[in-house]
Write a new protein. Structure first.
Length: 297
């Protein structure tokens, strides 16, 4: 059996993973305090591998579930300082140093298992349950790294993360439906005598689906509105990052809403849109209490 890596070597391993695949996690953000970047890279390495088990490769469903179970077993081992996996050697150190709740990592694995066995969502509550596990833990981990644990801040962070997850669903209609994935809740479709199968087969056209899509976007807008309450709790550097997240997310959602047919189109932002995003970031950063009270940009 090879010698167990040192904690320092394990961190380097995780940073290498983050450097290769940083696009979906803020590992490379200069807005992060330098001292926190190694911890974020470790969290990313944990999530990246689990995401690959759920979505990449040619594994069958049972194999994917077994790999996720094995990953959680390594999580259990690292709590006992018994894992030889470099990701978990580093993760054990991060959890101790920053007092991170292991349940947040278990929640992420729950979401990846849901991805493997995806069948759709019956209600908004089901969608939010998924977001609670897939997206919200990321926000809570970032707040924990910054020693922010106020209940109002946590709830606002959850709202932002859930809104971002849902926005990602709605902007990708044109890609997901051909891949037989419909994220619209049955409770939004059924009043119009539309089934999930109608959406996936192309039987339901955009005019029939528009009320359900408008409902999906409206619920997401409401979540973003709740998220502005987070801004006053954040130190400047993190506030800029979250302001950018809010500005970008709400702009993409608005662009999706404006599409004539999101089943055939994907939203894009032009130079003017990006200028507006930049202005929103500046205003939210400088006037966090105003946006928190106002509840919208």
């Amino acid at each position: 059996m090879p010698n167990k890596l040192s904690v320092e070597q394990a961190y380097i391993h995780c940073q290498n993973i983050a450097n290769e695949h940083y696009e979906n996690f803020p590992t490379a953000s200069l807005l992060l305090k330098k001292a926190l970047r190694p911890a974020v890279a470790v969290i990313y390495a944990f999530a990246r591998a689990a995401d690959d088990f759920a979505d990449e490769g040619d594994w069958h469903t049972d194999e994917r579930m077994q790999k996720l179970d094995d990953w959680e077993y390594q999580l259990d081992l690292c709590l006992l300082d018994k894992s030889n996996n470099p990701v978990f050697i580093a993760l054990a150190d991060v959890m101790v140093k920053h007092e991170l709740d292991v349940q947040l990592f278990r929640d992420l694995l729950t979401a990846f298992r849901m991805d493997v066995k995806f069948k759709g969502f019956t209600s908004l509550a089901d969608l939010l349950f998924y977001c609670k596990h897939s997206a919200n833990p990321v926000g809570r981990l970032m707040l924990a790294l910054h020693n922010i644990d106020e209940n109002k801040a946590l709830k606002a962070s959850d709202a932002i993360c859930s809104a971002l997850q849902l926005t990602n669903f709605w902007q990708d209609f044109s890609e997901d439906v051909p891949n037989k994935r419909c994220y619209l809740a049955d409770e939004w479709l059924n009043p119009f005598n539309i089934s999930r199968e109608d959406v996936l087969s192309g039987k339901a056209d955009i005019e029939q689906l528009r009320p359900a899509i408008d409902k999906a976007i409206g619920e997401t807008e409401a979540l973003f509105d709740q998220g502005y309450a987070l801004l006053p709790y954040l130190p400047l550097r993190l506030r800029v990052q979250i302001a950018a997240t809010l500005a970008g997310g709400t702009t993409i959602l608005a662009a999706t809403k404006a599409l004539s047919n999101p089943l055939k189109q994907r939203p894009t932002l032009n130079k003017l849109d990006w200028l507006k995003v930049s202005l929103k970031i500046a205003k939210m950063t400088l006037r966090p209490h105003f946006y928190a009270q106002r509840g919208k940009a």
